[in-house]
Ligand binder design. Sequence first.
Ligand code: SF4
Length: 387
Amino acid sequence: MSETLAAALAPLAEVAEDPDAYVVRWKERTGGKVVGAFPMSFPGEIAHAAGALPVVIQENREPDTHGRNLLAEFYCGYTRNIADSAAKGNLDIYDGFFLADHCIQLLGAVDVVRFESPEKPMYFGHLPTSLGDSWTPEDARKMMRSFVDEMGEFAGAPVTPEALAHSIAVFNENRRLLREIFEARRSGNAQFTAEQMQVLVKSSMVMDKAEHTRLLRRVIAEAAEVPRDDRVRLYLSGHFSHAPKPELLRAIEDCGALVVDDDLFTGMRYISTDVPEDVDAVDALRDWYLQRDVNLPCATLVQHEADWEDYLLNSIDRSGAQGVIVLLVKFCEPHMLYYPELRKALDERGVPHLLIETEHEGVPEENVRTRVEALVERIRRNQLVRS
Ligand code: SF4
């Protein structure tokens, strides 16, 4: 990587490494309010249109102490870390919280936040999870309307349709640029490591979007075409709600593999879908929510026309991935329930794959390396047999 590209990437890496520091600096600089948005379905455009900074709340690197007692051991690492952060006062930097509910464990974590920060506004909305029913579009529209109204109350002034339309355009532009980089990676350009791709998306979840877009343009301007190499091409699938640890991504690519595509939340899932700009803004947010599951199906939602395994197989074809690593947040119920379908589809197609469960408490790096090396070796042998 050139020095100028590394320099362009550095401010984004700094934010991804320490999101809280960015939030504190943003508040000092602007005097504005910060909305802590719980993943994965709350549209940040609404908070942006209210003049607030929407931040997708990130797992931190601190060992959990209080969180281990506040939620049961079988809650996922993300939710226990949120509970831990709330108990330690780490979430005090947020002025309020918005949640578009999608799973029972997240609800438990949000209850802890509510208990620990009773003075902070907490807005909880339930978007329909069954997306194919006749009443779904209207229910989703009502929920989006209600998010907009509550945000107006939180900010102290109604969110106008014009502000919402502007924010939608700002967010779309940011997603479009990020997708450009994902497309380059998919087509064989290995300019960015998996860890750096995560930096690009994670920083977008935290930063002011216009500022992030400016920095992203610099990164794109400095990026150069690189020749395709002969590393084994892998696809990363899964990992909802928070980012896999950078050392895990590093360990995977250290084994002679190249990550060429993903459907991770801190990856393609976050940027898969734009909000339409040619219809009423609330309808557009509803359409974004419904379309996202078509573009990139999610195990937390039900829609008979959209299957994650079909999406995965098509994505593998599109990216030329030779194998898949499924990253499963330990105890993530929706993913655990869906995983057998994915495994069956991959087995039927003969795609080599590996399941790695992740926890908040570190990565067993040596264990991961051994298993990924075995996967890479298996793929190389298959290649030799076929050639
Ligand atoms: S990682 Fe899974 S269990 Fe945890 S909050 Fe997300 S969807 Fe729920």
